[in-house]
Write a protein that binds this ligand. Sequence first.
Ligand SMILES: [Zn+2]
Length: 319
Amino acid sequence: MASIESVTGPLDPEDLGTVLIHEHLRFRDNATADEFPHLYDDDALYAAGVEAANKALRVGVKTIGEPTAMFGGRDVRFMQAVAQETGLQVVPCTGIYTYDYLPLNWQTRSEDDLAEAFVHDIEQGIQGTDVKAAFLKCAADEAGVTINVEKVHRACARASVRTGKPIMAHSHPGSATGPRQVEILVGEGVDPEQIQIAHTGDTDDLDYIEDLLQTGVYIGLDRYGIEMYLPTERRNATVLALLERGHANKMHLSMDSCGSIDWFSEQATTALIEQGAVRDWDPALLHDQVVPQLKEGGMTDEQLDTMLVQNTRRWLTPL
Ligand SMILES: [Zn+2]
């Protein structure tokens, strides 16, 4: 069986263990961090990444999918250091996280040129290291599938078809981006089994979710702790309803937590926590709080194993 790439080398799929498919160790703007490094306390951010990894390990998580791509400040040496220090297995990606903007260098080049850059990360290694990308990342958000967003999706699809690697697509159910994202990727020849529509769990519109599942893709119920997008109780009700309908084998559970994130000032972060907009948003939240709630609602151990062990392994294993 094909191996799964991690920042500390290829893994036997059997050794993945319990996986949180969508957790960031550090998230920050590439350009700002490059141009104004004095705004970032690297030691503190590293310590925060180690702390996040240790929280995952404490609850029995062995591996995380680390979907930080371009514009999220992807840095595989950072991930590698955290993985080596803590023992957490970290599975990196390649791709571009944009809701619309693309720099001119990519606007003036083709989907295939972009795909070529992604394939380099998959076959040669990322950022001058021998760490290889295990999956591809693209995004669509409130603005929908814009021309630039479509380009990134087509590039990811072409790189996926060439390399057999799966695709994680950040979506925005509020503007119903999911079906269009699937249409583009499948239209390029990607097997729906290799597509994960992330953040589907930000809605509890079961008709919208069922329509996505009909296409054969995986869905991410992956933002536990971000109460401002959907509170935990409604996320749980959605998960339980989908389990009851027999969809366990297409669901991924995660938090989309960030060991650190530069989106908000310290003051704004404090306010968000005080307002309850985010609550206990870290890699331990699922096991510490959500799993007991879901079990109380009828989720079986077998269903949990299906989602956190089997689905994650199946999705990550290249074709
Ligand atoms: Zn994310």
